[in-house]
Design a protein around this ligand. Structure first.
Ligand SMILES: [Zn+2]
Ligand SMILES: [Zn+2]
Length: 237
């Protein structure tokens, strides 16, 4: 069993690596993917956490659970919160949780899998996107049972950043937060199924009410038309 003392000399870089791995496991677990914790622990000790023991990495993961629980955020069920987290370690974990993680080319890759798309856009969204993403003019439909379209995570992330926490339909703040971010859904004004594009000029960030309204209400055509007045970047397709 590791003690707080033997863990006190972790660098911020090591803590960031542990937090990044933890958040990645958490989002995979939430999207129903299988996560083998001992494997993740081993991979960390072969890289960023070389020289640390298995137990020490495990203990750090439990520290992260403690901090997440204090923040009222979701944690990995398998990592029970540790009782005594030092103040410095807790601060370093909190900073790492908010720090933008390093992006890899994979984070930008289009995908038809909703959970993967959301995971990638959520990661991209954490830092300002400087260039307007090109998106996909004619999103391809997968042949799998879901028949979903291949979409650009950058478009979803950028559109949400533009909305800045407010629904682009009604102008109200997002009704609740998810994983610490305002919950807004990205809707394609001309639906993908009607050959709409997955480009910023065809996408809006909506609250769940306005999103349902676009799809199901009696005034959906009028409401959709009003979006063109409210959101300048939209282009009629
Ligand atoms: Zn709304
Ligand atoms: Zn929609």
């Amino acid at each position: 069993m590791d003690t707080e003392k033997s863990n006190s000399d972790w660098t911020d870089i090591e803590i960031q690596a542990a937090v990044d791995a933890y958040l990645s496991m958490l989002s995979r677990e939430q999207s129903g993917q299988k996560v083998v914790k001992t494997e993740e622990n081993r991979i960390l000790r072969e890289g960023a956490l070389a020289g640390r023991t298995k137990g020490s990495v495990e203990f750090r993961m439990q520290n992260i659970s403690t901090v997440l629980e204090e923040l009222g955020r979701a944690r990995i069920a398998g990592y029970k919160p540790a009782k005594n987290v030092g103040a410095n370690v807790a601060r370093s974990i909190r900073e790492a949780l908010n720090a933008p993680s390093t992006l890899t080319p994979e984070d930008f890759a289009p995908t038809a899998d909703e959970a993967t798309l959301e995971q990638r856009s959520a990661k991209l969204e954490k830092q300002p996107i400087k260039e307007v993403p090109k998106g996909i003019e004619r999103p391809e439909q997968t042949q799998s049972s879901g028949k979903s379209f291949v979409r650009d995570p950058g478009v979803r992330a950028w559109v949400r950043q533009q909305a800045n926490g407010r629904c682009e339909g009604c102008g109200e703040p997002a009704p609740f937060e998810k994983d610490g971010r305002p919950f807004l859904e990205v809707h394609h004004v001309k639906h993908l199924a009607q050959d709409g594009s997955d480009r910023p000029s065809n996408a809006v960030a909506l609250c769940p009410n306005c999103h349902r309204r676009c799809h199901h209400s009696g005034d959906r055509d009028e409401f959709t038309a009003s979006l063109f007045q409210k959101v300048e970047r939209l282009k009629f397709e």
